[in-house]
Design a protein around this ligand. Structure first.
Ligand SMILES: NC(=O)c1ccc[n+]([C@@H]2O[C@H](COP(=O)([O-])OP(=O)(O)OC[C@H]3O[C@@H](n4cnc5c(N)ncnc54)[C@H](OP(=O)(O)O)[C@@H]3O)[C@@H](O)[C@H]2O)c1
Length: 259
């Protein structure tokens, strides 16, 4: 299946590790030009080097998506480099799930800056470029908790639900410009953050993942691989998803209790 992504310019936030890096990798493989950002410069450059070694046309910029000025720099630099933008993946984020009464005001604020304000800002900055390109695709990376919040999952389940709402609103407002907006709801997928938890547990990574999958009761019987996530994102960014907008797709091995 030709995704027709060759030559397209796609921005990926949090592209230096885990799921975002897998998306960058897949996009480079498809011949797309990729701009990625993250905070840690060393990891960002290492990932960018790996992508370039595969022939990728890559722009890597240090940026904290919680800061409006960093996002402005990121989007501007990508547009200046290639003169167009065709896609955006709002992926940067980290886990934050605690009992409601233990979440501080500051933690609520930080989580919303990282997951809601960042997406709102990148979309606002990118839409004029997508319009100029004649349309495009935005993918918001969320969590299955957006649809099925459980106890001890704040503030993330709330900020992720906001991301789902934003996805739907934008799909309705931007459809006339040929801009599609979708969300991918992640269950448990191997990534940098999970690998770090495995390391901290002192257990071999495979054993750690198998235990987490059993505990959670993942119907497919395993934690997902980041490439499996990247395949879905690449599809949503591509011409093959040209009639798909306003959806929130679970990529979770069947873990979510709701469709
Ligand atoms: N993997 C899962 O099972 C799972 C489940 C549910 C939701 N998710 C969501 O999926 C997305 C990717 O997660 P992951 O598992 O791939 O995590 P990861 O392996 O920790 O990677 C996160 C990426 O985001 C970047 N990042 C984090 N905070 C940032 C910030 N403030 N500004 C810019 N970049 C930032 C990180 O780089 P720096 O730290 O250097 O900035 C890194 O590149 C996140 O939004 C996460 O919440 C993942």
């Amino acid at each position: 299946m030709d995704l027709e992504l060759a030559g397209k310019v796609v921005l990926v936030t949090g592209g230096s590790d885990g799921l975002g890096a897998a998306v960058c990798n897949r996009l480079v493989w498809e011949g797309a030009r990729v701009a990625l950002c993250a905070r840690n410069l060393r990891r960002l450059e290492a990932t960018a080097d790996t992508l370039r070694a595969q022939g990728g046309e890559v722009l890597a910029l240090p940026a904290d998506v919680s800061r409006a000025e960093d996002l402005e720099r990121f989007v501007k630099a990508a547009h200046e480099r290639w003169g167009r933008v065709d896609g955006l993946v709002n992926n940067a984020g980290s886990a934050s799930a605690k009992p409601f009464l233990s979440v501080t005001e500051q933690e609520w604020e930080e989580d919303f800056q990282l997951k809601v304000f960042a997406a709102m800002r990148t979309v606002r900055l990118t839409v004029p470029h997508l319009r100029a390109a004649g349309g495009g695709s935005i993918v918001n990376v969320l969590s299955i908790k957006a649809k099925e919040p459980g106890k001890n999952t704040t503030p993330s389940s709330v900020s992720r639900a906001a991301g789902m709402s934003l996805t739907k609103v934008l799909s309705k407002e931007l459809g006339a410009d040929g801009i599609r907006v979708n969300a991918v709801l992640v269950g448990m997928i191997q990534s940098g953050q999970w690998n770090r938890r495995a390391e901290a547990s002192g257990k071999p990574v495979d054993e750690f993942y198998a235990e987490r999958s059993r505990e959670a009761g993942v119907p497919l019987g395993r934690i997902g691989r980041s490439e499996e996530f990247a395949d879905v994102v690449a599809f949503l960014l591509s011409a093959r998803a040209s009639y798909v907008t306003g959806t929130a797709i679970n990529v979770d091995g069947g873990l979510s209790g709701v469709v």
